[in-house]
Design a protein around this ligand. Sequence first.
Ligand code: NAP
Length: 309
Amino acid sequence: MPENLVIIGSGPAGWTAAIYAARSNMKPLLVTGQQPGGLLTTTSIVENYPGFPQGVDGNDLMAALQEQAKRFGTKVQYMSVVDQVDFSQRPFKITVDGEVIEAKTVVISTGAGHRHLGIPGEHEFENKGVTYCATCDGALPLFRDKPLVVVGGGDSACEEATYLTRFGSIVYLVHRRDTLRASKIMADRVLSNPKIKPVWNAAVEEVLGEKSVTGVRLKDTVTGESRILDCAGVFVAIGHVPNTQLFKGQIDLTEAGYVDLKAGSRTNIEGVFAAGDCADHVYRQAITAAGMGCAAAIDAERFLSRSTT
Ligand code: NAP
């Protein structure tokens, strides 16, 4: 028998879809992926998830969502990875660790990853000064009263730089061009902040350090000259990459690779829905992902009851 609903991904969108689907008796199957809980489990305290006035540990939050989903009968395939999907026929076919599962409906909630610079030292110093989330890590003692570098020129970089002025002695905003891509309001905020120093036309070529980050090697994108900028932290904010490779050729994706939602959580394939960061390039918050997961489960439930009546 095909599953009523297979949920792919175990971030806030996936678990919330599972809670709603399980409570409507769909007995959903959730495939967690290799990192159960998703990106939130790599953060420390989440301070902006409603309902937790003192903040909540990212791992604890994901564990609680998981427990809630299981309490209502969600079946979970832990540490399992979807290798392949076939949405060209019904029931849909989802290959999980080499085994084919059939599904009447699917919720895609595979999230997104941080775009990496791909330069020497970046991986080596990850969590030793290199990070992809100022709100998660900015308050760490490592960064207090030290010069910090934010890489990027979009809204994320501006937001991160502004946030980091609370902790760093100075925040260098290193951008490869001489104008920001960010919205005017965010750019104005950054450019008028005395604790933020833009470094224009500069590409980070290498992250330098010993036990932790001590600086970056910059290359001037106009003159080609290299120089070293001392810093204790490198916050990479150069965009996100949605985890949607798997669905290429199966459902419509946007140019940037996000799931192209048609209405609500619906994709171009009836019965396939998407929620969270894999389909959202704008808000990308745990709470908005959870809200989208809720919507996707409701849409899946309505689709299923329509198609069986
Ligand atoms: P983004 O707008 O795509 O900007 C990415 C930035 O990183 C660009 O400045 C880009 O440079 C730079 N970049 C990309 N690859 C790079 C590389 N390999 N090396 C160096 N620099 C690189 O991404 P985002 O800032 O994450 O924003 C994504 C979306 O979310 C946007 O629509 C944004 O408006 C939205 N957002 C909104 C808010 C808010 O309103 N509060 C906050 C965050 C994000 P170039 O400019 O030269 O291409």
